[in-house]
Ligand binder design. Sequence first.
Ligand SMILES: Nc1ncnc2c1ncn2[C@@H]1O[C@H](COP(=O)(O)OP(=O)(O)OP(=O)(O)O)[C@@H](O)[C@H]1O
Ligand SMILES: O=C(O)c1ccc[n+]([C@@H]2O[C@H](COP(=O)([O-])O)[C@@H](O)[C@H]2O)c1
Length: 209
Amino acid sequence: MRSIGLMGGTFDPIHIAHLIMAEEVRAALNLSEMVFIPAAEPPHKAGRHKAAPHHRLAMVELAIASNPHFSISLVELDRPGPSYLVDTLRLLRKEWGTDVELSFVIGWDSLEDFPDWYQPAEILAQLKRLVVVRRPGYEENPAYDQQLEARLPGLQQKVCQIPFPQLDISSTDIRRRIAEHRPIKYQVPEAVEEYILTHNLYQTVTESQ
Ligand SMILES: Nc1ncnc2c1ncn2[C@@H]1O[C@H](COP(=O)(O)OP(=O)(O)OP(=O)(O)O)[C@@H](O)[C@H]1O
Ligand SMILES: O=C(O)c1ccc[n+]([C@@H]2O[C@H](COP(=O)([O-])O)[C@@H](O)[C@H]2O)c1
């Protein structure tokens, strides 16, 4: 059976924490492939200024080019409206069939919101695992795990935590750094930095590119 990792994100822009977490999860779970899914309209970031989808996609393409296990799905960019994961999983199942195990990768911050996602129980039913990596600012807390489980019964059974060196890197901080003319070197792959400079992305914090 194919065992596929799914790395969803706004990727505005993609940064090295995304790449490192995807590779760590892939290796730890022995997944045959990791598919990056850039979101068209991330449901909880609606109305927020974002770089145009073609720029975000181009940066993901550049970032993953050197990893033969990484690929991209346009399943979210190709459809209008909010990029609900439950719809994405249904479409991927149509494309890949039922004989695949799907593991969706998120950071701790996303786990906190997960019970409020659209049809979260159905998402869990579609997934083999919800793989979670630690993120600075989001500490482990068993009491909190119980609260999450109360909000969405069955969640903990699907959650799989992968050891991960905590990396205090975010797209928000990268966008801010660019607007303030501070370095982003080593926080994004070189080709992504060049792309950002060439296309004048993120010159102001709120600019819609
Ligand atoms: N440094 C990090 N450590 C762990 N998980 C991360 C990290 N950065 C991003 N992620 C996770 O990667 C997924 C996609 O993230 P996203 O593209 O929104 O990047 P972001 O840095 O969180 O962006 P923004 O700062 O714009 O909200 C989310 O599940 C998020 O939790
Ligand atoms: O389906 C939902 O309701 C839902 C709500 C919030 C986030 N997501 C997905 O979670 C992934 C990470 O989101 P983000 O905004 O942190 O990049 C991305 O693939 C989003 O489309 C999905």
